[in-house]
Design a protein. Structure first.
Length: 310
């Protein structure tokens, strides 16, 4: 398959990892001060830095593991360029205005005040200080898994009978089973995954056009549609949950997971999470626009120059 198409699949997979995506007007929108306080309480700035460092470490590891000298030099040049752009544009001071606008459009003042109260509760502290960092730490492994799945799907012959999704293996132990319950029963999680897989074709086309120029994907659209369709049919929510649960079980105690599971069963918390998911999805949509309109136009030409020199 064309390298640009493969890269488009990888970019789409990465987009799927970073947010595993949804506007209604409110009579009393949240103030900037309240939303900013919520982000302070939930440590949004340091968690954003954590994501950047995780991505950077993942790229550095891939570069160091390369044994071919020419490929190693190429990967180093690409790493240096992408790392420079990411550290300049993917930082909380640049992303905070996008996040605040998204939350203001989706949530009432009372909604955000309630989220602040929850974030300061015992369950909220587990999510902020333990669960979210653990999920960020999983990003390289989940991203690699999705890349491999896309490569496998691309190798399936067009027109061949589509195999049924393979159910995940049973959990290795009760703790892993608890982690699966926590992730699979998170309000809005399945819908979020379905929305992201549904947008995969558009993301692949968008990424190819960004690299090759507007319309550059036209000859590859049938293949991208085929891969996106296969991905939607064969890569299931339960498959990704099983992968993430195996890692989460190593980072959270049974007491921590049980506390969050029980907290999520409360009707008020479930309603709060569903509203928060809409704000997060709106934020992700704006972040994607920021990526395509601000970051990629800077990064892609630099990468093309770098690749042209190697």
């Amino acid at each position: 398959m064309h390298a640009s198409l493969m890269n488009a699949g990888r970019y789409a997979a990465t987009a799927l990892v970073f947010t595993m995506a949804m506007a209604q007007a409110h009579a009393a929108p949240a103030t900037k001060e309240t939303v900013r306080k919520y982000f302070d309480v939930t440590k949004a700035s340091s968690l954003t830095d954590n994501v950047v460092e995780t991505i950077s470490a993942m790229q550095a590891k891939e570069r160091k593991e390369e044994t071919n000298p020419k490929e190693k030099a190429k990967k180093k040049a690409m790493y240096d360029q992408t790392n420079k752009v990411i550290r300049k544009y993917v930082k909380w001071s640049a992303l905070e205005p996008i996040a605040i606008e998204s939350y203001q459009k989706e949530l009432d003042e009372a909604d955000v005040q309630g989220m602040i109260v929850h974030a300061q509760s015992p369950a909220g502290q587990i999510i902020t200080n333990k669960m979210t960092p653990a999920i960020i730490k999983q990003l390289p492994a989940v991203g690699k898994h999705l890349e491999q799945r896309i490569e496998t799907l691309s190798a399936q012959k067009a027109g061949a009978k589509t195999p049924a999704p393979v159910p995940p293996a049973p959990p290795a132990n009760p703790k892993e089973a608890m982690a699966r319950t926590l992730l699979s029963e998170m309000p809005g999680a399945r819908e979020e995954f379905a929305a992201m897989t549904a947008s995969m074709e558009a993301r692949m086309i968008q990424n190819v056009n960004m690299v090759m120029g507007e319309g550059g994907s036209s000859g590859m659209e049938p293949e991208m549609k085929r891969i996106a369709k296969l991905f939607k049919e064969q890569v299931t929510f339960d498959e990704i949950v099983a992968l993430k649960a195996r890692m989460l079980a190593s980072d959270l105690s049974e007491a921590d997971m049980s506390a969050v599971i029980e907290d999520n069963k409360k009707p008020a918390r479930r309603a709060q999470l569903i509203k928060a998911k809409k704000a997060e999805a709106a934020m992700q949509a704006r972040m994607n626009t920021y990526l395509q309109e601000t970051i990629m136009p800077v990064m892609v030409p630099e990468l093309m120059k770098t690749l042209g020199k190697k």
